[in-house]
Write a protein that binds this ligand. Structure first.
Ligand code: UDX
Length: 451
């Protein structure tokens, strides 16, 4: 709520008719926030069910502060939802493309949806339009969009293509939209530059203006660098395990050096989500295609994949026989404040314990719906996977508490109560969330990541 209150302040006078294509995490957040800035927004998605639900104010995923913005936009008519792309294009001056770019088996980004959208834009270019890429895409995608529109348009109407990559984090997306560290604008004309600057006029942030290729690369480079920081500290955590040192103190001391910075130095079971894993791969793929073998990124990925595996190995070593043991899994989403389990390390860890024959109780404040789809529990005696929102219920009779996502509510747990409920007091802290010494004093065995 606080984010919205702060944004009420200034509204820029120049308003645009904006079409946002894609009502996923990036598109829906952008659409609701553009409306909040005072623009007239049509958010389109080919998923008709999603559009019907959005019209009824049903938000398709969990994102704090998004629902009130959507409700407000619908009420003021600054935000409308539609499943007719041609109509939305015709009515708009600026078109933001925020469709999915999922990973293909070879690691490259699947740009089919972007290609299809470019084709529809070409066929419905009824006046000058600015077409802006917001999805994370490999370099040269803007160039391809431009070529496609030139190829298929059937009139002399002019257009510009631009890139405006999105840096929002799931769970903090609304805040990130209104208070970004920077706004990146990749353009080819003064007109496009001015329009994009107008659109963001009331958002106070440095604006970096570049060509389109550079803007596209900024996104891949930023996400890959953040993933590199995480894999670096995770590799250090392995050395700490072997040397008997504390990775948390190392990260703290390293982070105080301003040149390094304290963020993204949290060791754990590795990064997940729909951005880092796919962007690291896609950046390595496009670099190779262009003629540069980005070996560093392959190592970043390899370190990340080893993290969850070594976590499972540590738990196995402590429990000795895993078959038949009860394991409480606390946290399934790839990070707190989201219900997203895509590419979450928890998925690999849960699968590994199921394979070992453990009895699992999965607990998460938001992701149980996703978890039920991912791990359908069979009934009767075979029922080895249970689900609960209540962490105390999850740990009842457990031989190990596996902390996989550092949700606020798990930080607040009454650990003395937890110990009484467990069959054997062991905490495997995949996010280094608990105070190791305190936990040991209470009487738990403690497994950390590099501490
Ligand atoms: C990321 C980028 O931060 C964002 O700018 C971009 O637009 C999309 O990708 P997001 O995927 O929402 O955002 O999550 P983020 O908060 O960056 O975390 C990514 C993963 O890294 C999570 O699994 C998190 O647990 C992990 N992580 C993060 C660590 O393991 N250690 C850290 O120090 C930081």
């Amino acid at each position: 709520m606080s984010v919205m209150k702060k944004t009420k302040q200034k509204k820029y006078t120049k308003k645009y008719k904006i079409c946002v294509i894609g009502a996923g995490h990036v598109g829906l957040v952008a659409a609701a926030c553009f409306a909040e800035l005072g623009h007239k927004v049509i958010c389109v998605d080919k998923d008709k069910k999603r559009i019907v639900e959005l019209k009824k104010k049903i938000i398709p995923f969990y994102e704090p502060d998004l629902e009130p913005l959507v409700v407000k936009g619908l009420k003021s008519k600054g935000l409308v939802f539609s499943s007719s792309l041609p109509e939305a294009i015709k009515k708009s001056q600026v078109i933001f493309i925020a469709v999915g770019t999922p990973p293909k088996a070879d690691g490259s980004a699947d740009l089919t949806a972007i290609g299809n959208v470019a084709h529809v834009i070409a066929k419905n270019l009824n006046s000058y339009k600015l077409i802006v890429g917001k999805s994370t895409v490999p370099v040269w995608t803007g160039k391809k969009i431009k070529e496609t529109i030139h190829r298929y348009k059937n009139n002399s109407n002019d257009f510009d293509v631009a890139s405006n990559p999105e840096f929002l984090r799931e769970g903090k997306a609304i805040y990130d939209f209104f208070y970004p560290d920077r706004i990146v604008i990749g353009v080819e004309s003064e007109r496009a530059q001015e329009m994009l600057k107008d659109i963001y006029a009331s958002v106070k942030a440095p604006i970096i203006v570049t060509d389109i290729n550079t803007a596209e690369l900024i996104k891949h480079a930023s996400n890959s660098f953040l993933a590199t920081k995480i894999s670096f500290i995770n590799a250090v955590s392995k050395v700490c395990d072997l040397a008997g040192a504390d990775v948390e103190k190392i990260a703290l001391a390293m982070g105080l050096d301003k040149r390094i910075g304290k963020d993204f130095l949290q060791a754990g079971i590795g990064y997940g989500g729909f951005c880092f894993p796919k962007d690291v791969e896609a950046f390595a793929y496009i670099s190779k295609k262009l003629g540069y073998d980005f070996g560093l990124l392959k190592e970043v990925k390899a370190i990340n994949e080893k993290q969850w595996f070594s976590y499972v190995e540590k738990v196995k070593e402590h429990l000795w026989i895993v078959k038949g043991k009860k394991i409480a899994i606390l946290g399934l989403s790839f990070k707190p404040d989201t219900d997203d389990m895509r590419f979450a390390p928890s998925v690999d860890i849960v699968k590994a314990f199921i394979k070992e024959g453990a009895k699992l109780c999965l607990c998460d404040p938001q992701s149980l719906g996703e978890a039920r789809k991912e791990f359908p529990a069979s009934g009767g005696k075979k029922n080895k996977v249970k689900f609960t929102k209540d962490p105390y219920e999850a740990v009842k009779g457990a031989d190990c508490l596996c902390l996989l996502t550092e949700w606020g509510e798990f930080k607040e747990l009454d650990l003395k109560k937890v110990k009484k409920l467990m069959n054997y007091p062991l905490i495997a802290d995949g996010r280094n969330m608990f105070d190791r010494d305190k936990v040991r004093q209470i009487g738990f065995g403690y497994i950390g990541m590099g501490k």
